[in-house]
Write a new protein. Structure first.
Length: 401
């Protein structure tokens, strides 16, 4: 008989202290030995072993036990006690993300359901990757603060060893993974994916698939911001802090060794520091007087002109595409776009002109570039555009000679 979810949650809440101790043991030993389990149950005078197994919290391994991964991950999350992953473990996402992206491109015009599932799987892989990076950053910050405060009272040499270990095996490699300028980094690969998804979300025949590309693109933009924030934490906060721990510990270690036997080596000359200024003493008051004259500014109010919703122009893609198709083949697309807007609005507005250019990306439109012809100048309301001549045809129509 299946146990009700609420029953399991109530059980975890009631026996939280016991479960927390079991979690701590497995986090440290990777397994819960039978004698440790019996000792904890006796300490709390509780016999809940059968319930732990019935609710699938514990899994028996030979004579010992193990907390099942889904429960372990849950307690790891709520207790914020993550075990840092090696960067090479995080790098596995580069392969899975690249593989899914390749399959999406290969099957872009094939079975829709398979394409939608691959987009969803790619979204999940990227989410797991970002969560792994965030967990590692949180854990590395906690470890660094613990090392800085030196709660365990370890000696300076051990602090140097630990600081070097965190930099060499975790912080520096993870920073490379998040470096978008690195050609093989996962962040660089996500940037390539976002460019492809951005095109598909704006130009795809199937509406449901286009919406999924839209959701994936929004998620990728948010992911980019999150990874940039994690990278800044590593580069601007964590790495300098732990480097300072390492350098300070080296200096203190050397100083302590010197104090143990000061006559062993000749003491170097330490010059006395003298502070002098390259400016006049009155410079401070002159600068203060200058700054104070700008401290009281009159309030300035800028009122933005109100724009009526009815005045906003909405690009009717189907309408303009029908007009374009009726005139195919065309010898010069941009000339047609300029004439079309000028006939309707008397002037060519830049935003409307760029909206019309999206028709060039329609699947049933064939483009032909004339590399020998001179570029033409299209004057819009805001700028002059030098554009090439592009002949366009529809599949099945003869080209213009």
């Amino acid at each position: 008989m299946r146990t009700e979810p609420k029953t399991i949650l109530n059980f975890l809440s009631t026996y939280f202290d016991i479960i927390k101790e079991l979690f701590d043991i497995q986090a440290k030993e990777r397994i819960i030995r039978q004698e440790d389990l019996n000792k904890i149950l006796q300490q709390y005078e509780s016999d809940i072993l059968n319930k732990l197994i019935e609710y699938k919290f514990l899994k028996k391994i030979a004579d010992d036990f193990e907390i099942r991964p889904m429960y372990f991950n849950f307690f790891e999350f709520i207790l914020n006690e993550f075990k840092p992953l090696l960067p090479e473990t995080i790098e596995k996402y580069e392969h899975s993300i690249t593989s899914l992206f390749k399959k999406i491109k290969e099957g872009i015009n094939k079975d829709r359901n398979i394409l939608l599932q691959r987009i969803s799987d790619l979204n999940n892989e990227i989410r797991e990757f970002t969560e792994s990076v965030e967990k590692n950053t949180l854990r590395l910050i906690a470890e660094t603060k613990e090392l800085k405060s030196n709660v365990d009272k370890i000696d300076y040499q051990e602090k140097v060893r630990k600081a070097s270990f965190w930099i060499d095996y975790y912080i520096a490699p993870l920073n490379t993974i998040l470096d978008i300028t690195h050609s093989n980094s996962i962040t660089n690969r996500l940037f390539d994916i976002s460019q492809y998804v951005n095109i598909r979300r704006l130009n795809f025949d199937d509406e449901l698939t286009r919406q999924q590309f839209e959701k994936l693109y929004v998620f990728l933009v948010q992911t980019n911001d999150d990874l940039l924030r994690q990278s800044k934490i590593l580069t601007n906060e964590l790495l300098p802090l732990i480097e300072r721990i390492r350098s300070e510990s080296l200096i203190l270690t050397g100083w302590i060794e010197f104090l143990k036997n000061p006559n062993k080596s000749e003491t170097p000359f330490v010059p006395k520091s003298v502070r002098s200024y390259s400016y006049n003493n009155a410079m401070y008051f002159n600068a203060l007087e200058f700054v104070q004259q700008f401290m009281h500014n009159d309030a300035v109010y800028i009122e933005e002109p109100k724009v009526n919703a009815s005045d906003r122009w909405i690009f009717n893609k189907d309408f303009y595409k029908d007009q374009l198709v009726k005139e195919l083949p065309l010898p010069n697309f941009f000339e047609w776009a300029g004439k079309t807007l000028r006939s309707e609005y008397k002037e060519i507005e830049t935003e409307k002109f760029f909206s019309l250019t999206t028709l060039l990306f329609e699947d049933d439109i064939e483009l032909e570039f004339d590399t020998k012809s001179d570029r033409q100048v299209i004057r819009t309301s805001e700028m002059n555009l030098r554009l090439p001549k592009i002949k366009i045809n529809r599949h099945g129509l003869s080209k213009i000679s």
